[in-house]
Design a protein around this ligand. Structure first.
Ligand SMILES: *[C@@H]1O[C@H](CO)[C@@H](O)[C@H](O)[C@H]1NC(C)=O
Ligand SMILES: *[C@@H]1O[C@H](CO)[C@@H](O)[C@H](O)[C@H]1NC(C)=O
Ligand SMILES: *[C@@H]1O[C@H](CO)[C@@H](O)[C@H](O)[C@H]1NC(C)=O
Ligand SMILES: *[C@@H]1O[C@H](CO)[C@@H](O)[C@H](O)[C@H]1NC(C)=O
Ligand SMILES: *[C@@H]1O[C@H](CO)[C@@H](O)[C@H](O)[C@H]1NC(C)=O
Ligand SMILES: *[C@@H]1O[C@H](CO)[C@@H](O)[C@H](O)[C@H]1NC(C)=O
Length: 250
């Protein structure tokens, strides 16, 4: 009889699971052939707004690119590492033979560079042939035409006035190694992308998750950025495991 009561109690608790907790469970987002597991702080269409931040919105670009805006510029999202708070992104504008005119601009209150990456310094639009500047990339791509760049992985190299543009191109350390040994071309290293770390949830989200909760976003108080959804309701700042059950059993 007691067992039956406890079973009934447990099943009623499971079915009365907090709706925000239930609705914010990790979600497999599909964009053509590309799939990505979506959890806090990311937001996608088809999921409630209380699961993620408006600024960490991902969308699908046909046929199979998952995109995000970082400081107003769009990037392709390749992977998400929820443990280390990193997204691997590719700047599609750097593929092919672009006019390199802008540095990547990542750092903000939402994002930072990853210390796992390296910057390649790329010199473009050069008047003289600056042999000591680095390796030459002679690239071509249809309408964009043919361009010549020089890149170096060394730091503190300056082209002086010989080149009109100097830009820092972040890349994964592994890709930079591949570039240095000739295993990868410059274009391949750039196409491998780089990592960006996100700030949301830093310092509290892992505590929430470790207590059995799911991190969330409270649009009525967006500055309180430590919203933890638990099976039984909102936790602050973590879920108290099994409290309900103990209370009921007493
Ligand atoms: C990019 O950043 C480097 C280093 O800060 C700087 O020397 C260069 O002028 C910048 N390039 C552009 C196009 O702003
Ligand atoms: C790459 O350049 C950016 C912008 O100047 C800088 O903030 C970042 O720390 C650099 N990354 C590395 C690994 O040096
Ligand atoms: C560099 O810029 C100047 C001024 O825009 C231009 O006249 C020159 O042709 C450019 N150099 C190269 C190599 O494109
Ligand atoms: C780049 O490659 C093209 C075709 O292979 C060649 O005609 C051109 O001279 C090269 N440019 C440089 C600066 O080597
Ligand atoms: C979260 O809140 C902390 C402390 O109030 C603040 O420093 C941080 O910038 C906030 N992060 C975001 C993504 O809003
Ligand atoms: C959202 O914030 C409001 C105002 O601080 C608070 O009353 C409410 O309980 C919060 N909602 C959740 C789900 O945490």
């Amino acid at each position: 009889m007691l067992v039956l009561m406890i079973l009934t109690l447990l099943s009623s608790m499971a079915s009365s699971s907090y709706y925000r907790y239930a609705n914010c469970a990790p979600f497999l987002y599909t964009c053509g052939g590309k799939k990505l597991s979506i959890s806090y702080p990311f937001r996608v269409d088809g999921r409630p707004n209380y699961c993620g931040y408006p600024e960490y919105y991902l969308w699908c670009e046909e046929p199979s690119l998952i995109m995000i805006h970082i400081n107003g510029k769009s990037y392709q999202v390749e992977r998400v590492d929820y443990v280390n708070h990193l997204i691997d992104v590719v700047d599609g504008a750097l593929l092919g033979c672009p006019l390199l005119t802008e540095n990547a601009s990542i750092a903000s209150h939402l994002y930072g560079y990853s210390d796992r990456d390296r910057n390649a310094t790329v010199f473009a639009d050069c008047d003289a042939v600056p042999a000591e500047l680095g390796e030459m990339v002679n690239c071509s791509s249809g309408a964009a035409g043919r361009r010549v760049y020089y890149y170096t992985l060394r730091e503190g190299v300056s082209a002086g006035i010989r080149c009109n543009s100097t830009v820092l191109v972040p890349m994964h350390q592994k890709a930079a190694d591949g570039l240095a040994t000739g295993r990868l071309s410059f274009g391949e290293a750039v196409a491998d992308g780089f990592s960006v770390s996100w700030t949301a949830g830093r310092g509290w989200c892992s505590d929430c998750v470790n207590s059995g909760g799911l991190c969330g976003f409270n649009s009525s108080s967006p500055t309180i950025n430590s919203t933890c959804y638990c099976n039984y309701g909102s936790g602050s700042p973590t879920c108290s495991k099994g409290t309900c059950l103990i209370v009921f059993l007493l």
